[in-house]
Design a protein around this ligand. Structure first.
Ligand code: SF4
Length: 380
């Protein structure tokens, strides 16, 4: 829950659900180990075969667990001897050392780099630093977080608290002037994906009741998922989203464009796309039918782990949005923007200061629907 968030396209955030079953920004452990195998085989690491990563990680997990059992306290209830992405993250340095000993320095570096480049989800990183950790057995999970990111955890009542936050219609936002004139915009689910499991529908229905109270109707709720098919089923189960819910999904590359087709089928009055982190040009392929808002952003993070972001991709998407009457919002250029083939060096590390951008892409628009809602409320 954040009454004030640094995310440029909203005012606040709330998370009735913490944790997630992953996506391309936080792959399954099997995918990460397969990526390590591919990297080592591609680099012709002597002695590496398909399945080596899994074998080594399994051995390491056994060892770490034995060490934990040998301590006075032993493993706590929250510690898990499982092949999980969280455990790979926590044991990555140990795995690197093991691979260095058994194979080579080059192989060890490759393993670590592959793991670091696989895990890009900010919410997962926060959980990894606050939740249960096999190498830090004394640490309890932080209150308010899932015990580990994969353990989806429900927090009843958070939307009710958020609904009671003050109405911002008519309040100027000094740091985010592009939000002026709008109600409070509350991002739902920036610390997990509430549509990870269908079995949570009953809980989500109860939480959503807060959106439709008189206080909740003062705000717009921006609900983002990478599972729009499940969101569609949920919206159908309640006869469609209320007028103050914007259904949103994320697309990062042509591989995930199909999410937009599923989003179009979500029974909602307004729909948005988050194209962040954007890893390729989408302007020629993207279908914006039924879409009201497009947010674009380059990837942030450590320079070694992020992809390049060509500013020309944003320019082309801006043109597509102009042609189709869709609001466009450029959130940030990310850590490694390029322009006319050259990598740019920006003062602000994630490229979020638009004073540093080419003038014609300093565009942060909000959907017309939001202004209409501000004017007439739920009868929009
Ligand atoms: S919270 Fe979002 S970005 Fe993170 S793993 Fe889940 S779906 Fe992916």
């Amino acid at each position: 829950m954040a009454l004030n968030t640094g995310i440029q396209w909203c005012d606040s955030s709330t998370n009735p659900v913490m944790g997630c079953l992953g996506c391309e920004l936080y792959p399954t452990p099997h995918k990460i180990l397969a990526a390590i195998d591919r990297a080592c085989l591609h680099a012709r690491i002597n002695g590496w075969t398909s399945g080596t990563a899994r074998t080594l990680f399994g051995e390491l997990l056994d060892e770490v667990w034995s060490e934990l059992e040998a301590t006075d306290a032993g493993p706590g209830e929250g510690h898990q001897k499982k092949l999980t992405t969280t455990n790979i993250r926590h044991l990555r340095k140990r795995l690197k050392h093991r691979v260095t000993e058994l194979f080579s320095v080059k192989a060890g570096r490759l393993v670590e780099a592959t793991i670091n480049r696989s895990m890009k989800c900010y919410a997962a990183q926060l959980h990894a630093n606050r939740g249960y950790d096999l190498l830090n057995p004394e640490r309890e999970a932080n209150v308010g977080y899932a015990p580990t990111f994969e353990e989806i955890t429900l927090f009843p009542g958070r939307t009710k608290v958020a609904a009671q936050w003050s109405d911002l219609t008519g309040t100027d936002r000094l740091e985010k002037p592009w939000l002026n004139g709008l109600p409070r915009l509350i991002f739902v689910s920036d610390m997990g994906d509430a549509f990870s499991r269908k079995k949570d529908f009953g809980f989500l229905r109860t939480e959503m009741a807060a959106f439709q109270t008189p206080e909740g109707q003062q705000h717009l709720w921006l609900w983002l998922t990478k599972r729009p098919k499940i969101m569609r089923e949920f919206a159908d189960s309640i006869g469609g989203f209320p007028a103050n819910v914007c259904a949103m999904t994320t697309v990062t590359s042509p591989k995930t464009l199909k999410r937009i087709d599923a989003l179009r089928e979500v029974n909602a009055s307004v729909r948005g796309l988050s194209l962040e982190p954007l890893w390729g040009s989408l302007a020629d392929e993207i279908d914006l039918t039924g879409i009201d808002w497009v947010i674009v952003g380059g990837e942030s993070g450590a320079k070694a782990n992020v992809e390049l972001f060509a500013i020309e991709w944003a320019m082309k998407l801006l043109n597509r949005c102009r042609e189709e009457g869709v609001a466009f919002f450029l959130k940030q250029l990310g850590r490694r923007p390029t322009y006319q083939g050259k990598e740019l060096k920006l003062r602000q590390l994630h490229g979020g200061d638009w004073a540093e951008w080419p003038a014609d892409i300093r565009v942060r628009e909000m959907p017309q629907y939001f202004y209409n809602y501000a004017a007439v409320g739920a009868s929009v």
